[in-house]
Design a protein around this ligand. Structure first.
Ligand code: PLP
Length: 370
């Protein structure tokens, strides 16, 4: 049985490590070969299967996955890349690191990128759109695909939070180049790790070269590159994790359904949206307080009941001086994202929650006087 790491507090994330991870990490240690090797190849096969692609190229983390996807798409200085206003900093940082200009699209009430806003930002310099499957909910990929097909730009999916999700019958990570993260708190965790998913063999080959100093074989450099490799130790943890992905997703969905019932009875709180034809894998369970409700009082109230809760994300990604004043970040307005960022609260939904944890959360929410 997997061991569950818990304490009295109900945390926003928990790592559940099973015997398989321990055995495979032991195998790597016994082999004496710690760097990229057979475990990475095994993990890649699992990741490709989860994303419905023929290839997954493992890299060192989700940020380098985004950098590799931008590099293999030849995105560079002078190009524009559209990213949503609600996301983790990595999405924006990868664009800046590529030397491209970031355009910031607004989101819809489902928290994912607004296709109409994307459309309004397109120029003849737009090379890529980076939809983020935020909190585990796929973005509106049919709408975004039709925009990029007409415009001639590429899709780079930020799939860090949504491994295993589906939209319009297709897995996230299969609509364009997909970027996964296996960071310690993600639905499949390896500590650190990432991958780019694709069904184009030539793109996969180029990614394998880029992650390994631009070498096709040892000391045969065919392009500039960097070291973006994953280790077999991390891959060993990831394999054990991904073999339980179906159970993890099921547990998160059951926890989310319980919380949906609780939140539906509270007129001062809005539950996470569930648009038709998009399956949610609930990396985060994010509610929004209605206008006039003090979010920080709610968080303090939950904290007093031993429940961690936090704004995710507290501000639009570009709403910080380091980005607002950055020459590669456009000064785009995102009014809905700004409003949502002021209202959102992430609650624990992870697979380590017990029935008692859920009851405690239900009671605490019902006991709040807004
Ligand atoms: C975690 C995350 C990343 C970055 O992944 P790392 O593995 O931490 O580099 C990128 N985008 C989003 C939306 C994420 O949640």
């Amino acid at each position: 049985m997997p061991t569950v790491t818990t304490d009295h507090r109900i945390r926003l994330a928990s790592v559940v490590i099973g015997p398989k991870e321990r055995r495979l990490v032991g195998d790597v240690l016994d082999s004496g070969m710690l760097a990229q090797g057979p475990m990475v190849a095994r993990l890649e096969a699992h990741l490709a299967e989860a994303c419905g692609t023929t290839h997954a190229v493992a890299v060192s983390n989700g940020t380098t996955a985004l950098q590799a996807a931008l590099a293999v798409s030849d995105v560079g200085p002078g190009d524009e890349v559209v990213v949503p206003a609600l996301t983790f900093g990595a999405t924006l940082n990868a664009v800046i690191a590529a030397g491209a200009t970031a355009r910031i699209a607004d989101v819809t009430t489902d928290y994912t990128v607004d296709p109409a806003s994307v459309e309004s930002l397109l120029t003849d310099r737009t090379r890529a759109i980076v939809p983020v499957h935020l909190y585990g909910l796929p973005a509106d990929m049919p709408a975004i695909s039709s925009i990029t097909r007409r415009h001639g730009s590429v899709i780079i999916e930020d799939n860090a939070q949504a491994i295993g999700a589906r939209v319009a019958g297709r897995a996230t990570g299969s609509w364009g180049l997909g970027c996964l993260s296996l960071y310690a708190t993600k639905n499949v965790a390896a500590g650190e790790g990432g991958a780019v998913t694709t069904s184009d063999p030539a793109t996969a080959d180029r990614l394998r070269v880029l992650r390994n100093q631009g070498m096709a074989t040892r000391y045969e450099y065919v392009s500039p590159g960097l070291n973006w490799r994953m280790t077999d130790l991390h891959a060993a943890v990831g394999i054990g994790q991904i073999e339980r992905l179906a159970a993890v997703t099921e547990a998160r969905r059951a926890n989310a359904a319980f919380l949906d019932d609780v939140v539906s009875g509270l007129d001062w709180l809005r539950r996470p949206p569930s648009p038709a034809d998009r399956s949610h894998v609930h990396h985060q369970y994010v509610v929004a307080v209605r206008a006039g409700v003090d979010r920080s009082r709610l968080i303090a109230h939950l904290d007093a009941s031993g429940i961690d809760a936090a704004p995710v994300y507290p501000r639009a990604v570009h709403d910080y001086p380091c980005f607002r004043d950055h020459p590669l970040v456009a000064d785009d307005r995102t009014p809905l994202a700004d409003r949502l960022a002021a209202a959102v609260v992430s609650l624990p939904v992870h697979q380590g929650l017990t029935a008692e944890d859920l009851d405690r959360m239900g009671c605490a929410l019902a006991g709040f006087r807004p």
